[in-house]
Design a protein around this ligand. Sequence first.
Ligand SMILES: Cc1ncc(COP(=O)(O)O)c(C=O)c1O
Length: 343
Amino acid sequence: MFGLGDGVIGSPQAFGALQSRFESESPSQSAACDRVDMDDAIDRISVERTYDVIRAHIRKTPVFDLNGVTLKLEQLQHGGSFKARGVLANLLLRDVPDAGIVAASGGNHGVATAWAAMMRGVPATIFLPTVSSPAKIARIRKYGATLVIGGDRYGDALDASREWSAGHEAMEVHAYDHPLTLLGQGSLALELAEQAPDLDTLLVAVGGGGLIGGLAAYYEGCVRVVGVEPEGAPTLTDALRAGRPVDSRADSIASDALAPRRVGELMFPIAQRYIDTVLVTDDAIRAAQAWLWDNACVVTEPAGATGYAALLSGAYRPAADERVGVVISGANTTAVDFTRPVG
Ligand SMILES: Cc1ncc(COP(=O)(O)O)c(C=O)c1O
């Protein structure tokens, strides 16, 4: 594991060293492809195989006990969210063309895609909606990807990226609805199962469902997996009620992360089998962000605090002896700005 991170990216020399280590540690494409087939089921064994391939390049993020609740601090992942896991699974297990890769994203998947492309030395084109946080846009620019911003929401960015892809050879890296994206995200559960083996319940924010789908696929019902959604973007709740992914509203404080039009087709059968959902208000998400900062100096973006908001607001009430974990999924936010003249 190269163990260094965003802090050294500003230095071209340091970056060059990192990049060559990345390349030298990468398994060969063909060896890797033998291990995880795109037709493989999205289940624990495939998550384990995927982890074997990506583990040298991601951070094993720590867990932290906060008043009896296990927090998985995934905002410490490369690029500031869990998304690096799924992107790396795609980059290491598929044949990447010389034209590079293309991704549509609310923001964090774009950050992770730009980061991974930089590390592999391939070009990346990222489509974002205007709702994306300036913090995410700045990071994508820092990693050197080509950026196209337009449309209100993730769905608009996805449409624009597909239109662009029709005339280009670049490989699409889907933010949530590709088997390798789900398997990569599922590796977070593999780490957590070792770090916190006695968990009863895990609270996870839901957007397109790649994260929660991967985690639930890994746990296979051993841990109760609860999806937490903003009231203004209840994509999985609506899908479970309808019996299939359906279009939902996409209007919340976390719209740059938890607001695709609908959840992915691949995660849906996993959700029907293993996942319940609860809804939280935007005020509850804001309160959770403030609480995590005030009580633990944990920085989160709105989506990153959404799982915790369910606990703090009482939307999810654990039993007295229930051991609960929460994924702190990301922290790309303008709340942290060291260019401001403050102490
Ligand atoms: C910080 C953060 N948390 C959670 C999610 C939800 O992930 P998924 O779309 O895989 O459900 C996202 C998606 O962008 C995110 O950026």
